[in-house]
Design a protein around this ligand. Sequence first.
Ligand code: 5CA
Ligand code: ZN
Length: 419
Amino acid sequence: MRSWPVPEVPTLPGRGPRVHLHDSSTDELVPAGPQAGTATLYVCGITPYDATHLGHANTYVAFDLLGRAWRDAGLQVRYVQNITDVDDPLLERAEATGVDWRDLATSQIDLFRGDMTALSVLPPDEYLGVVEAVDLVSASVRDLLAAGAAYRVPGVDGGPDGDVYFPVEADAAFGQVSGLDVPTMLELSAERGGDPQRPGKRNPLDPLLWRVERPGEPAWEGGELGRGRPGWHIECTAIALRHLGMPIDVQAGGSDLVFPHHEMGASHAQVLRPDARPFARVYAHSGMVALDGEKMSKSKGNLVLVSRLLAAGVEPGAVRLAIVAHHWRSDWEWTDDVLAQARARFTAWSKAVSAPAGPAAADLLTTVRERLAADLDAPGAVAAIDAWVTAVEAGEGDDPEAPALVRDLASGLLGVELA
Ligand code: 5CA
Ligand code: ZN
């Protein structure tokens, strides 16, 4: 799938320090990516049935900060993102609105690309829809069957026999990504696309690997699996293994993906490639953005769409500033006040970097780099830039090169393009 254009990233003098990230599986701050060479990143992509809301933007901007910090530290980055372009909620929305599911997905992916471009998010090197990757995914399901780590379940309620499930016991490390107890796992599984109540499964937590064809649903040839479509978790695993190998440096997404998605995805990979365990060295999860006290989500419909903000004349740099003013792991609420503050900051910063001179900014660059390398502390970086802007407003400093350097560091490291 086509991704989106690469934004211009200014070259900054010197180099950033090694990046450390909070790993959700160990709850520790750990080095992320190698000391030199290529860092690999997989970020779970959208299910394209409602275009980019602030929650999505928060997640992709968070890991864009990571990609930028890695590059600034001298690493190459290999970044893969999927699109869940066949899935129950997408098919249900298409059915309810009378739109072909493919057209719905295409239109929403287009909007997403536009939003990512406007927000200066660096594109993935590989942007892959499940529809494009379905053969790859069914091959992984067949490999699991061959390894004895998949089983078929009889049909229920007149449905066909043969849906294929993954026995979570097949991976000795199952549970280590989320560290949750079984009752919590069961609860989250029911909420987030699992089917713990389905009869015939060995363990209620076992996730779907292959759903055999149902009338009116899209389906693909799966060889010995029969015609059908893949389960959710195995899609991301198969795409990541093919395009990044294993272990990957960082497996990322919003915190709503810790369980079951990233737990199951890791177990699938660890059974497919026991020689290369673990699936990921670091599991990174961004916080949830809420609106009116509830998590922003397509299913609830409480959305602030990036495209609508931009159409209303909000500067993309201000949207980005609203996001990076919050720590990537914290949950936060989108309010009019958040937007107003971000726009005021955007105006103040833009004015300061257009001034003829300001206080020398070499130390500011060092501070911003240090803040970002320490678990992507963008709010700390923003505060440091605020202090420099305040000094410019007070008429301090006479370095004529400082404003351009600050413009470049805001752009290069925070992805904020000032006016
Ligand atoms: N297609 C799957 C991942 S394979 C999916 O979760 N799609 S999504 O469209 O629901 O979400 C896309 C990304 O945005 C995921 O990483 C998800 O964790 C994140 N996300 C969804 N809602 C929010 C929110 N309210 N706040 C922050 N991040 C969110
Ligand atoms: Zn995923």
